[in-house]
Ligand binder design. Structure first.
Ligand code: HEM
Length: 222
């Protein structure tokens, strides 16, 4: 039923997903407006935005397995938007840290990046996200060429690992959530490793397949 989708249906799904992705931000803005962010509102905002960055990253990484196992090819059309939303929430998360938490004290921020491993991991993850967002357009795919573009975009796997590390390093006691994120990331990255191995074996099997003997037609001499 969902395998085939018309361009109109795809456009409707894209619009619905676009609006849904703005919901976390709208809810956060509502809580801020109603003064319902708790005793430490700045921390609450930074944390909520961090959570959504990692969640969107994992949702983006889940698109390809979902497409593969359901056969719903159109799911691939949502991947770029979800990836850009990951970057959007990452910018807001980093922005809240830089502006609300550190008041643009660049010296303090630089010291934090050097001194605190969890900030270092987040910083590297963010730096890796920038070229991915910058090369997300069709024009950039063409300019870089499919292979180079794919090679560059593989760094998203490293971003996922660093994002989970960033979270795990930050928490002191309750590691249930970072562990859950880590588990989901491990499954999503593990699937890529599995598919690569399967592809390698298929190619290897193809290379060793005995060549078919040429059949020479026997033409009776007159
Ligand atoms: C320059 C880059 C980054 C900086 C400076 C940064 C900074 C922070 C800070 C300060 C917190 C803790 C807030 C607090 O407890 O007061 C935090 C939490 C978090 N960050 Fe980042 N971050 C960065 C990038 C990222 C990226 C790229 C991701 C995701 C891929 C991410 C995901 C998270 C998550 C999941 C949390 C924990 C949220 C929670 O406690 O529920 N961060 N970050």
């Amino acid at each position: 039923m969902f395998a085939q989708a018309s361009p109109r249906q795809i456009a409707a799904v894209k619009l619905a997903v676009f609006v849904a992705c703005l919901l976390p931000l709208a809810l956060l803005a509502r809580d801020a407006w109603q003064d319902a962010l708790g005793a430490n509102p700045i921390e609450a905002v930074t944390r909520a935005l961090g959570d959504w960055t990692l969640s969107f990253l994992l949702i983006t990484l889940a698109v390809t397995p979902l497409r593969r196992y359901t056969g719903w090819a159109w799911l691939g059309r949502l991947r770029r938007m979800l990836g850009l939303y990951t970057f959007f929430y990452a910018c807001l998360h980093v922005g809240s840290y830089v502006g609300l938490d550190q008041f643009f004290d660049w010296r303090e921020i630089a010291a934090d990046i050097v001194k605190r491993p969890f900030i270092t991991a987040g910083f590297v993850a963010f730096c890796l996200l920038v070229p991915l967002a910058a090369t997300s357009t069709n024009a950039m795919v063409r300019r870089l060429g499919g292979r180079r573009w794919q090679a560059l975009h593989r760094s998203v796997y490293l971003v996922a690992v660093l994002g989970v590390l960033h979270y795990a390093w930050m928490v002191k006691r309750d590691i249930a959530l970072p562990l859950a994120y880590g588990l989901v990331a491990a499954v999503l990255l593990g699937l890529r490793v599995l598919w690569r191995e399967q592809e390698r074996r298929r190619q290897l099997a193809g290379a060793y397949l005995p060549k078919r003997k040429r059949v020479i037609p026997i033409v009776a001499k007159r």
